[in-house]
Design a protein around this ligand. Structure first.
Ligand code: SF4
Length: 196
């Protein structure tokens, strides 16, 4: 049984995917977004150790709450704890619990594809519409996020893609996101939100 490092758990989440959800925030993130609201998720230190069995038991005990929702695995970057998340997604699938992965797509697609395939839904948080801006905002190259977006489009994965606008007035960023959405087809749902 795999053990993961958990930052916190929300048992009645309504913002991270459809319906009422059990939201598991995992520790660890390779990005350093300038607008990050959870910098205490960046490092593994200081988290709670939990086994997959403990998490699944917790959800099954209160399963009736999540009938129209499910479980969202978030972070930090949840796909950083690959083996733990893989086992969790498999166990929830066996128990017919809907799962969503809330990710910035910051892990190489060669590693993350298996987890994306196991999840029922991907909540993909694109941090910026261009490579230069992405690197300025996150401190990392955009490649992994773009590869994740392409993989979802190619495989028709049910994904909701969030475009973050740094300032609601910044129309240049808005139009670059629209153009990026168009170049990637229209299989996914696109949501544009502002931050700061
Ligand atoms: S991906 Fe999320 S958790 Fe990681 S630095 Fe960016 S905002 Fe923070």
């Amino acid at each position: 049984m795999q053990t993961g490092i958990v930052h916190s758990i929300e048992t009645f989440g309504t913002l991270d995917g459809p319906g009422t959800r059990y939201v598991l925030f995992l520790k660890g993130c390779p990005l350093r977004c300038i607008f990050c609201h959870n910098p205490d998720t960046w490092k593994m230190e200081g988290g709670m150790e939990k086994t997959t069995g403990e998490i699944v038991e917790d959800v099954l005990r209160t399963q009736s709450f999540y009938k129209k929702g499910g479980v969202t695995i978030s972070g930090g970057e949840p796909m950083l704890q690959h083996d733990f998340v893989k086992e969790l997604l498999s166990l929830f699938r066996e128990n017919n619990i809907h799962t969503a992965l809330d990710t910035a797509g910051s892990i190489e697609i060669e590693k993350s594809a298996e987890l994306i395939d196991l999840a029922d839904m991907l909540l993909l948080d694109m941090k910026a519409p261009t490579a230069d801006l992405f690197e300025t905002i996150t401190g990392s190259p955009m490649k992994n996020s773009l590869d994740t977006l392409d993989y979802c489009e190619k495989t028709n994965k049910h994904s909701v893609n969030f475009w973050r606008i740094i300032s609601a007035l910044n129309m240049w960023i808005f139009f670059r996101f629209i153009s990026l959405a168009n170049t990637n087809g229209r299989n996914s749902t696109y949501l544009i939100s502002s931050t700061m």
